[in-house]
Write a protein that binds this ligand. Sequence first.
Ligand SMILES: Nc1ncnc2c1ncn2[C@@H]1O[C@H](COP(=O)(O)OP(=O)(O)OP(=O)(O)O)[C@@H](O)[C@H]1O
Ligand code: SF4
Ligand SMILES: [Mg+2]
Length: 347
Amino acid sequence: MSESEKSLLKVEHLKQYFPVQNGFKKTYLKAVDDISFAIKPGETLGLVGESGCGKTTVGRTLLRLYEPTGGKITFDGEVLFDSGEQYDEKGHLILGADGKPVIGNKVNKNMLPYRKEMQMVFQDPYSSLDPRMTVEDIIGEPLDVHKLYKNKAERREKILSLMELVGLNAEHAMRYAHEFSGGQRQRIGIARALAVNPKFIVCDEAVSALDVSIQAQVVNMFEELQEKLGVAYLFIAHDLLVVHHISDRIAVMYLGHMMEVAESDELNNNPIHPYTLSLLSAVPIPDPETARKSKRIILEGDVPSPLRMPTGCPFRTRCRYATEQCAAEMPPLTDRGNGHMVACWNK
Ligand SMILES: Nc1ncnc2c1ncn2[C@@H]1O[C@H](COP(=O)(O)OP(=O)(O)OP(=O)(O)O)[C@@H](O)[C@H]1O
Ligand code: SF4
Ligand SMILES: [Mg+2]
């Protein structure tokens, strides 16, 4: 069985460059620059990194809410997008004699048949749900769009069973979204995403806006739904603690690049990349003795502007281990054992 057959989603060399005006100059903001990862059926991949590192852009590009600038996206064994660029076994773009990338087969499939399979749940349940719609309208809309019922009775039955699935009281079907609390609104948003029976959901900061106690309930619900339905998640969050709890594996991004990917416990217990170490250092440790003994790295300096990206490794302007090589070339993600992938020249 090939790697792409085992994966539900396989992303290779994905790029998302936004054209922007920088003063008088037209330039590109490289929000996602050559990242690769895979997600297995029923698996949760956590995606973490500071604000602006490109997490939402990855999610939106996968769902093709944005057209990718480059790369290849394979979903359920089907290539949905391929810009045709070729890479050698070291991950370097192959250039022709004219210095331009060699372009092979291009693929750009119509996403309509796949919209049902890939869904997204957003951060803010207040802004992503229309307050003038009832719960029944909100959950029923995707059923209408994809014509997933034979008659009105079946439509209602489906809506009520989805409400039950996410722990909402069926008697509240005719209430308006604004009458619900944040946690309940997020349940409505999830029921809406689940209405079309997807195999994959991008959960973009899906619990970040909720109180900590409610966060735990909603995270548990995501896990229970995954067990019941076998759905895979890309679970995006700033908070490493939230991501650690729900994820099978975690990917760490910095300025559009993938820095480290490992199993959730492995990443927490044995982080290798200097950026991951500093992210983990920012997580509060309740016991002062443990906190004192831990090798905390406090991040110095600001994240560079994505319009003035450092050459080579983007973390080098804040990295205490940076050497000349770091300025010359972006390190490739390499396997340090058991699929623990790290992009660093010196660690
Ligand atoms: N449509 C767009 N046009 C131009 N630039 C964009 C667009 N969307 C995002 N960006 C830029 O791309 C970079 C990545 O943004 P993105 O929203 O993906 O980050 P993020 O990791 O999700 O951040 P946050 O944690 O704040 O949600 C940022 O510099 C952002 O300003
Ligand atoms: S490649 Fe160099 S700059 Fe980048 S994280 Fe590693 S040591 Fe630091
Ligand atoms: Mg975001």
